[in-house]
Design a protein around this ligand. Structure first.
Ligand SMILES: NC(=O)c1ccc[n+]([C@@H]2O[C@H](COP(=O)([O-])OP(=O)(O)OC[C@H]3O[C@@H](n4cnc5c(N)ncnc54)[C@H](OP(=O)(O)O)[C@@H]3O)[C@@H](O)[C@H]2O)c1
Length: 341
């Protein structure tokens, strides 16, 4: 372990989120002394830019994690299941972007602005939540703390990149007049709105809707939080939008709710009705944008607002890198306290 410099690995470096990891790592304050990029054997030799140089991608292997301090995984649930034991055996932190371990009771599910305190001291695996959950809980947390949350309704407008590179490619093919051959989406996406994101469960919910319920409960530490989600795919390349309605436990004025949102970490609040952010404005940026705040006309405890964030950055890579920054800062502080540096 080295508190001054960290050796970092990225599994899934060639993917939509993996490439965004590299972009987020460009500006991280973590002093990176080595960066190893992993993908499948079919990507071996692919060169990816990082801090003015090109780095070669290697095939993921158990031995490849040796000596690393932290591995960021973004290669799907099966790959996380496959590689997590080897990362653990190598003694590195793992920050996993897949759904594989998110609901495992022994695995912390972390959004640093919301529950950084749940990060353990010992090196182990930390799960990064689903993209639509991350931006929702950043907005819900200040309201939960100040007023309590009785129930949350959320309708998502999720971008094509939420489906990975295959989703981006499918939308681009359709924009060029073609018909996407990959089957990334269940219907034509261009010019359309599809009320199906994720896969269907037996009761007609989708996996994306289920994640919004269970992951929000776990991150906010409210096992009985009431969340009513509907997840929708829209023909946008990057950034998810959400129309949110909350019923608070206490009555509150619009001004009090606005003040709570304005002070919340990681969140940019637009008070004026027409100053809301859209997907095009949020894409490529790190904050969660909240706007269109208005009191409900039927419930004195009801408030509506609009939440937008880049699903590849705050919804995935940036959140994972933020977790890594916490881990590195904590290890460095512990080493200084121990007199080891
Ligand atoms: N897109 C989002 O908005 C979003 C948000 C939050 C979380 N996530 C999660 O992040 C993960 C990656 O998503 P993505 O959108 O970046 O997917 P993607 O574009 O399809 O990329 C997948 C990456 O994983 C690599 N890979 C696949 N199987 C592997 C294996 N067995 N061992 C090592 N590498 C393997 C691929 O390598 P090759 O290029 O060599 O095939 C590629 O680099 C998923 O778990 C997804 O659920 C995505």
């Amino acid at each position: 372990m080295n508190s001054k410099g960290w050796r970092i690995g990225v599994v899934g470096a060639t993917g939509a989120v993996g490439r965004c990891f590299l972009s987020c790592l460009e500006t991280t304050p973590i002093p990176i002394t080595e960066l190893r990029l992993f993908a499948t054997p079919r990507s071996v030799g692919t060169r990816l830019p990082f801090r003015g140089e090109e780095r070669s991608v290697v095939a993921t292997s158990e031995g490849g994690f040796s000596g690393l301090d932290c591995v960021l995984l973004s290669a799907g649930a099966a790959a996380s299941k496959q590689w997590a034991p080897a990362i653990r055996a190598a003694g590195a932190w793992a920050v996993d972007n897949s759904s594989q371990f998110r609901m495992d009771s022994a695995t912390p599910l972390v959004v640093p602005e919301v529950n950084a305190a749940s990060i353990p001291a010992q090196r182990r695996l930390i799960a990064n939540p689903n993209c639509s959950t991350i931006q929702l809980v950043v907005a819900l947390k200040p309201l939960l703390d100040r007023f309590g949350l009785a129930r949350v309704f959320v309708a998502t407008y999720q971008s094509a990149s939420g489906k990975g590179q295959i989703g981006v490619d499918a939308l681009r093919e359709e924009m060029q007049g073609g018909r996407a051959s990959s089957g990334a989406f269940p219907r034509t996406l261009l010019g359309n709105v599809i009320p199906e994101a994720g896969t269907f469960l037996e009761d007609g919910w989708t996996t994306e809707e289920e994640k919004l319920l269970f992951e929000s409960r776990k991150i906010l530490g409210r096992a009985a939080l009431v969340v009513h989600p509907t997840c929708v795919r829209v023909p946008v390349e990057i950034a998810h939008s959400e129309a949110v309605y909350v019923e608070l436990e206490q009555e509150a004025t619009r001004d009090a709710v606005a003040a709570a949102l304005r002070e919340a970490p990681g969140l940019v609040f637009a008070d004026s009705p027409d100053a809301y952010a859209t997907a095009l404005e949020a894409a490529g940026r790190d904050p969660v944008y909240v706007g269109r705040l208005r009191a409900d006309r039927c419930s004195p405890r009801g408030f509506h607002f609009w939440v937008v964030a880049d699903n590849l950055r705050k919804g995935a890579a940036r959140n994972a890198v933020q977790i890594a920054e916490h881990l590195h800062a904590r290890e460095s502080a512990a080493q200084i306290a121990d007199g080891r540096v």
